[in-house]
Design a protein around this ligand. Structure first.
Ligand code: ATP
Length: 235
């Protein structure tokens, strides 16, 4: 399918239960679609709702209204109303997500952290580890770190493990939440090359990039989130 993600009229507000139930509307009327082989970028000032939109698309935040239609296996799924079990299946097979920070698991080596999503999809563990080695080498993570758990790695090292983990699979949709925030210039270039390779492979990408140069290098189109501003605080 040429358009594997279609978002229609999505709205989100947060209810502050510890603040007399004040409702904080964040976005409304969010509508866009992402085509295979393109990288769209969410733009707009801090607090406009960019991360909230990505989190709704990944099923981390509930959606107040609207539809998030995803091409999943041979059918269409509305993530806004999907069951938790379906959300997990969509994450395993269809939507990948690279967050800004790695969630570290004690005692699991960097190599296995990276290989895990492929193994979960049924790949042979040795094949998955080989692919993980290639990605970690491409991202210049020193080989002496590969067998260590990433909990004690620097911010940039953890981010590179996170990127390798997010890029190792062939999810047809990939969400990127500031994947280059802690990287130096040469590793930013590696990520730009990885994104270009995903585009060439027909993946539909949607990202947030505060780094102007990275945005210029990867964005086919900017979706201005201020167009979806939901108004002021309502009680
Ligand atoms: N879990 C939450 N609970 C309450 N309010 C939240 C929550 N997550 C986000 N918000 C609020 O929603 C608004 C949008 O936040 P969001 O992180 O989506 O913005 P952003 O455009 O990604 O900002 P930035 O560029 O600074 O990362 C902010 O006012 C924020 O305080």
């Amino acid at each position: 399918m040429a358009t594997p993600l279609v978002v229609s009229d999505v709205a989100k507000s947060f209810t502050m239960h510890l603040r007399d139930g004040i409702r904080l509307p964040v976005v409304a009327g969010v509508s866009f679609s992402i085509r295979s082989g393109e990288c769209a970028v969410l733009g707009g000032p801090s607090g406009a709702g960019k991360s909230s939109i990505l989190k709704m698309l990944y099923g981390n935040y509930a959606v107040d209204a609207g539809q998030i239609i995803v091409q999943h296996e041979d059918g269409l799924i509305d993530l806004a109303t999907a069951s938790p079990r379906m959300v997990l299946a969509v994450r395993r097979l269809t939507i990948g997500y690279v967050s800004q920070f790695l969630r570290t698991v004690p005692r699991v080596s960097a190599l296995d952290v990276v290989a895990e999503p492929l193994v979960e999809r049924g790949e042979d563990p040795d094949v998955a580890r080989n692919k993980a080695r290639a990605l970690l080498a491409q991202l210049n993570l020193p080989e002496k770190l590969w067998m260590l758990p990433p909990a004690t790695f620097s911010g940039g090292e953890q981010q590179r493990v996170n990127i390798a983990r997010g890029f190792i699979t062939e999810h047809p949709i990939l969400l990127l939440d500031e994947p280059t925030a802690s990287l130096d210039a040469s590793n930013r270039d590696v990520v730009i090359a990885l994104i270009a390779a995903k585009k060439a492979a027909g993946v539909a990408l949607l990202g947030i990039f505060h780094d102007h140069d990275v945005r210029e290098a990867v964005a086919d189109r900017v979706i201005d989130v201020t167009a979806f501003a939901a108004g002021k605080i309502a009680a």
